[in-house]
Design a protein. Structure first.
Lengths: 433, 265
């Protein structure tokens, strides 16, 4: 698998782990680079060797052969205990020391490294604050008083103890209920945006991988890398059946999570303010040569969609704000295209009005834009792989532009076609229903 | 919350300790009451012996300064030394047998230790007497063999029940094997190990009464002389003091278990 990672912080070179008395190795000749400051997710079915791979990195399991490069140095033979003090380690079952207070648990590695007491105390409070636990309440408590979610927060704080550049996390949220898991995932992402640690994260849950990962390695048996890339590209272009099966149905839709409304070109519809006359409205609509006109209020907020025939039927003195259909489907620029598509399907509109935080009109998002975004992402990913390998036939460069006709692009996934719901060819005309 | 017993004033320090470490539902009322009951029992025994009419044999056998006091001292020495040796042998052995390299040998050792306890105690003394001759050392050796098992087994069980996740996370943070043993495994195994030690201690007090047959001294001398001379009062006194010693040491060990149990468990 070609890799475009420059200056990796961890490099696994031909790593193999063979257990005595087993026919095939648990990890077989693994080559993997981990990018600095990114979240790299190892994901794969149970028993594919992803946890073993993680534990090879900090040598909780000693490799049978191969080399581990950590920050430019070969650490395959160094003292593993000292190596581990520079690598945070979080496991699914947390493993807090039950006879140590929460503060002492968090202080474990700083103490091993011989920090001074005041520095350790300050660091403990800082870390508990960081993971959202009030130090004055929790510092002197014992782990048995914590809920599962709180225990894992302490686990993360403890792993961050001496500010290691790298953290290894083995299904850290796997044993936590779905609601708490989602909250912890979001907090983790918020933390990571602040800390920029290099994180190697193991999960069997592809959705968690897509959510958490800057880069995902999809592993099959014996830790063989099936595909290693950004989640966007993997979703847009699964390299083989194993990957697309593992991604499951709906991977195209999941890909839409990575594109935001503000990143695509918005459609422009003619618009007038609600206090304008019918004659003025007719003129604006005629100039634009469109079927629909958007009526805004005095502060630029969208009020109503008015069709050409509404205006034709109206008499000169009529109130524009009483005609046509009320604008119901709005979306903000930071929403993802997935959110937008969902809103379109729910509201049965093929066009959404994009408004800013205060509700002012910015433009319109047509379903055509969403579908072409899908195809553009797929074409981009395809081209990326075409450039990297000769196996994939090159694509028509025209497909890479947004305006091109998307229907010709072959769909590499078997995901349901989102364009099937509302008909994109009638999007402009059918905007309000 | 205050302790509901009148012992509140008599034993303020113990109650303070207990209040801090033990939730209300697990307050050891028995631990506080036990010394008073022991004192009462000792008083009854003393009153019974003091008020009885005694002949010269009884007077001589029950002399506090010539017989009972030195015998109690010998008895405690036998118990103390044998328990100490058991700790010195069984705990390191238990630690060694739970390390990855030696784990496979643990079955053999447990079987051997088990047979030590399965032997009739009296027979064990006789065998060692034939091998090593008379003396305190022979008695101590018999006691050690007899009580090795509970401490060895509890050490191994105590270490084995430490959660694998706790050890994994400790190793993952860079604690050495020795640090994991000392800071994590042993402290977490303390309650179970101490329970084994307590068992050993109580067995040793009782078994030390047999030391008299190998010339080891102790309260067995008094019991034996009472039996030989058909003086029930003497037998009762020796047996009674032995029982009181056993109960007292059991109480001391129970208090130690409470105090040494790591917080947070």
């Amino acid at each position: 698998m070609p890799s475009d990672i420059e200056d990796p912080i961890i490099s696994l070179r031909g790593l193999t782990k063979r257990y005595r008395g087993t026919a095939s190795p648990a990890v077989d000749d693994l080559w993997l680079d981990v990018a600095r400051g990114e979240v790299t997710v190892l994901v794969g079915p149970s028993g594919c060797g992803k946890s073993t791979t993680l534990r090879l990195i900090n040598r909780m399991i000693e490799p049978t052969s191969g080399t581990i490069i950590f920050d430019g140095a070969d650490v395959t033979k160094v003292n593993p205990d000292e190596l581990r003090r520079n690598i945070g380690y979080v496991i699914q079952k947390v493993g807090l020391f039950p006879h140590h207070t929460i503060g002492d648990n968090v202080a474990t590695v700083p103490r091993l490294l011989g920090w001074k007491k005041p520095k350790i105390a300050a660091r403990v409070d800082e870390l508990l604050d960081l993971v959202g636990l009030d130090p004055s309440i929790y510092r002197d408590r014992y782990p048995k008083e914590l809920s599962g979610g709180q225990a894992q927060r302490v686990g993360v704080a403890r792993a961050l103890g001496a500010d290691p550049p790298v953290m290894l996390m083995d299904e850290p949220f796997g044993a936590i209920d779905p609601i708490t898991r989602e909250r912890l995932q979001n907090e983790f992402l918020r933390l990571q945006a602040e800390l920029h640690k290099t994180i190697v994260f193991v999960t069997h849950d592809i959705d968690e991988a897509i959510k958490m990962g800057d880069r995902i390695a999809i592993l099959r048996e014996r830790s063989e890398v099936a595909q290693y890339d950004t989640p966007e590209r993997i979703l847009s272009f699964p390299v083989d059946d194993f990957v697309s099966d593992f991604l499951g149905s709906g991977s195209t839709l999941k890909g839409l999570n990575f594109e935001r409304v503000r990143d695509v070109e918005l459609a422009v519809y003619p618009k007038v303010r609600g206090d304008a006359s019918v004659a003025e409205a007719r003129r604006v609509l005629d100039d634009a040569d469109e079927k629909w006109l958007l009526i805004l209020d005095g502060r630029g907020r969208p009020l109503r969609w008015v069709h050409r025939r509404d205006l034709r039927a109206a008499s000169d003195g009529d109130d524009l704000t009483a005609m046509g259909n009320r604008v119901r489907a709005n979306i903000e620029p930071q929403a993802t295209l997935r959110d937008a598509l969902e809103e379109m399907i729910q509201s049965n509109h093929s066009s959404l009005v994009v408004v800013d935080g205060s509700g002012s009109y910015l433009g319109c998002l047509d379903i055509e834009v969403v579908t072409s975004a899908i195809h553009r992402m797929q074409a981009t990913a395809r081209k990326h792989y075409a450039d990297l390998t000769a196996d994939v036939p090159p694509v028509d460069a025209a497909l890479l532009t947004e305006s091109s006709d998307p229907t010709g692009t072959p769909d590499p996934t078997e995901a349901p076609d989102p364009t099937g719901t509302p008909d994109p060819t009638e999007s402009a005309g059918a905007a309000p229903s | 919350m205050t302790a509901p017993l009148s012992a509140d004033e008599a034993l303020p320090s113990l109650i303070d300790v207990v209040e801090e470490t033990v939730p209300a539902s697990r307050r050891p009322h028995g631990l506080i009451a036990a010394p008073f009951m022991l004192l009462a029992a000792a008083g009854v025994l003393w009153w019974h012996v003091a008020s009885a009419d005694k002949d010269s044999i009884e007077l001589s056998a029950l002399s506090w300064s010539d017989k009972l006091q030195p015998q109690i001292r010998e008895h405690l020495a036998l118990t103390g030394w044998s328990t100490l040796w058991v700790l010195l042998i069984a705990i390191p052995l238990g630690v060694a047998l739970t390390r990855p390299g030696l784990r496979r040998a643990s079955g053999v050792f447990l079987t051997v230790a088990n047979s030590g306890q399965a032997l009739p105690a009296y027979g064990l003394f006789v065998i060692l007497y034939m091998w090593k001759g008379r003396g305190t050392q022979t008695a101590i050796m018999a006691l050690v063999i007899f009580t090795l098992l509970p401490v060895l087994r509890n050490t191994m069980v105590g270490l084995d029940q430490v959660s694998a996740d706790v050890i994994e996370s400790a190793r993952g943070m860079g604690l050495t094997r020795w640090q994991v043993l000392r800071r994590i495994e042993l402290p977490l195994a303390v309650p179970v190990i101490l329970a084994g030690v307590r068992t050993a201690l109580v067995i040793n007090v009782g078994m030390a009464a047999l030391a008299t047959f190998t010339g080891g001294g102790g309260l067995g001398d008094t019991i034996n002389s009472g039996l030989k001379n058909s003086r029930e009062l003497v037998t009762l006194t020796g047996a009674g003091i032995t029982a009181l010693l056993a109960l007292t040491l059991d109480w001391v060990a129970a208090v130690a278990e409470r105090l040494l149990r790591p917080k947070g468990l």
